[in-house]
Design a protein around this ligand. Sequence first.
Ligand code: PLP
Length: 356
Amino acid sequence: MKKHNFYAGPSILPEFTKQKVAEAAVDFAGTGLSVMEVSHRSKEFVAVMDEAVALVKELLNVPEGYSVLFLQGGASLEFLMAPYNLMKSKAAYLNTGSWAGKAMKEAKYFGEVVEVASSKDKNFNYIPKAFDVPADADYLHITTNNTIFGTEIKTDLDVPVQLVADMSSDIFSRPIDVAKYDMIYAGAQKNLGPSGATLVIIKDEALDKTGRTIPTMLDFQTHIKAGSMFNTPSTIAVYACLQTLVWLKEQGGVEAMEKINIEKADLLYAELDRNKLFVPTVPAAEDRSRMNVTFVMAEGYEALEKEFNDFATSKGMIGLKGHRSVGGFRASIYNAMPADSVKALIEVMKEFEASH
Ligand code: PLP
């Protein structure tokens, strides 16, 4: 039976990426060695890193004056590296969920954290709209897509300060205006590759302003100077990211991807709004994530949750169980998720509805 992968991360990757990685796991770039066995200083791997950086710049239209890095430590380490490198004394944070909260916790080690708004009052099921950002804040930190709660900021905000964004779960899902950001970061394991690589896009000019001494590995300058090779990168993870970037370019880039993502998300939300058994957890259409579609059983049908999960699993739908802080279900439909898998899920929902 065909499996449809709705896991939130690590999650579905393009067939192209998996095929290329499988080949390179045995014979990388004609070396006769695995991509896991070659030196990161070999000319073959240096070419992989260079091409991956160049493709990130091309696909996101990164302006001059920004560095692109592939680091380790996940987005979680960037919660710390962002304020360590960018926060002089005060930074603003928009609290849209657990990941934003974790980012705020780390920032508090470095100065004053102003929570400009929070959607905690409704279990983070919306994106706060009206909030003031102090003009003297060093940046506003946002989580563009809230993987757990299924909300997403789908535009580049207009605020009086530069943005720092955790784009772990929606990077490359739409075009972005990089110039509005001092820093963008993303763990690779949703829209880019396997876990083990973290993408960072950082504005060079924003660095060296804190007066702080930063330990070597946590200093962005270290990694910029060393071309992401200060320490040994995860060669297979970066190789996989490169293949996804190549695939993305072939699909028509982030503009084409956005169109497909809107179509997929619209299909699924339309079914959730129609089907009597389910309700999306995010009421406002403009706040609904195109990447993580969260839903619960409708009132009166709560007792069917386990039965639906078992039914969907029996039909090849994998990874639909929602995060424990929301409950219910979460269909993660990242870039690599074919529209056919979304349609297959909708069929399963309809079939379940018909039998109840
Ligand atoms: N930020 C967001 C939005 C996430 O979805 C995740 C992981 O799921 C993280 C941060 C943490 O990423 P990592 O596990 O790479 O540290």
